[in-house]
Design a protein around this ligand. Structure first.
Ligand SMILES: C[S@@+](CC[C@H](N)C(=O)[O-])C[C@H]1O[C@@H](n2cnc3c(N)ncnc32)[C@H](O)[C@@H]1O
Length: 355
């Protein structure tokens, strides 16, 4: 579990929590599953949703307003920080004030200590705001994603060359600075899609479901889409996404931010969310899909290998029902992450050809 709000303007109070490794499970995989099941169960009261503790819930609970990611536990052991820890699993939680930190410690101890022997919570440590700014700048210096994209923080100068499309992202409460493979897979397909889209991309209506920092919404607008519905459950992520839209000069007339999806025709759907949400929302996502001159595309990301069969089957079924013919799809992989792109045969094979 990691925190990821890099934009702290005042001191924060860091509480270090140490979980003992689960001693009863012998195999790493089982240990990880045991640990995550346990974390899910115990973070539920904080509003855990699809790997994220919603910022608003964390804030209400006394934590600093920010989202956390909770690993799905499906990462291979070679990239799994949990299995590399020998004795205990350290987690750092950031509070806005010392008194919130003390209140948090009390709740943590009460809720978690009885469940695990060896569970420890350390006294809060003050972290000065200026350190955070330094850390945040050091942590995100931008990403190049050839052949289409450059993602930069606002404190970096935009390159003169127009070889790349630039997206400016101020790292904040919303997931998506472009460093994660799941975001990169979406942006790559979007780049090739716009290149091969035969009708006018400028007339395009896009739905970005689970927009986080708004990176994909901004990307779609930068490619020229007329209008993007940017749906995000976390209000603080929406705030961050609005700021990012402003930084990229794609204002509220192009990107419409909302917490709930509304019924509106779209020809391109972007959804970088974990499998359970993709499966639960398949019908809603597909129902308003409308081709533009025969073109449409659904890009799904945030998947690991074990998710592919069920997600492919479900979306093939929904899309076949919607269009009355079986859709084609392609699969992309980056490290352990996969994305799927569904569409008419012609455009999918054109993208496939470019990859
Ligand atoms: C993996 S992030 C993707 C962010 C960004 N689109 C990207 O590609 O980097 C998934 C986002 O979906 C949001 N989310 C999860 N379930 C959702 C739901 N049912 N409706 C809307 N947003 C949701 C999460 O809060 C999170 O910000």
């Amino acid at each position: 579990m990691t925190t990821r709000n890099h934009q702290r303007e005042r001191s924060t109070f860091v509480v270090r929590v140490e979980f003992p490794r689960a001693s009863r499970a012998r195999v790493d995989q089982a240990q990880r599953q045991y640990f995550f099941a346990w974390v899910w169960q115990n973070l539920q009261p904080l509003g855990v949703h699809e790997g994220t503790v919603l910022s608003a819930d964390a804030s209400r609970w006394g934590l600093l307003t920010e989202s956390w990611e909770v690993d799905s536990g499906k990462a291979p052991a070679s990239r799994d920080w949990i299995s590399s820890i020998k004795k205990s699993l350290p987690i750092e939680i950031y509070f806005g004030t010392r008194s919130e930190a003390l209140r948090g410690i009390h709740v943590l101890k009460k809720a978690w200590a009885p469940a695990l022997k060896g569970f420890r919570v350390r006294a809060p440590r003050e972290q000065k705001a200026k350190d955070w700014n330094r850390i945040s700048k050091k942590a995100f210096s931008g990403v190049s994603l050839p052949p289409f994209w450059k993602i930069l923080p606002p404190w970096k100068k935009k390159p003169r060359s127009n070889r790349f499309r630039t997206i400016v992202i101020n790292p904040g409460a919303g997931f998506g600075t472009g460093t994660h493979e799941t975001t990169q897979l979406c942006l790559t397909v979007m780049g090739y899609l716009s290149q091969n889209w035969s009708s006018n991309w400028k007339e395009l209506q896009v739905l970005d479901f689970g927009s986080g920092s708004g990176i994909l919404s901004v990307g779609a607008a930068v490619l020229g889409a007329k209008s993007v519905d940017s749906v995000e459950i976390d209000p603080l992520a929406i705030r961050n996404a609005r700021e990012n839209a402003r930084l990229n000069q794609v204002g509220p007339s192009r990107i419409h931010f909302r917490q709930k999806q509304r019924r509106r025709k779209s020809s391109v759907i972007l959804a970088n969310i974990l499998k359970p949400v993709l499966l639960a929302e398949s019908k809603n996502l597909v129902r308003d899909l409308e081709p533009q001159n025969g073109n449409w595309c659904v890009i799904l990301s945030g998947l690991v290998k074990a998710d592919l069969t069920s997600v492919t089957r479900e979306y093939t079924r929904q899309l076949e029902k919607h269009f009355g013919s079986r859709p084609t799809h392609l699969k992309l992989q980056k490290k352990e992450w996969f994305a799927l792109a569904f569409g008419p045969r012609k455009i999918i094979s054109q993208i496939q050809h470019c990859l």
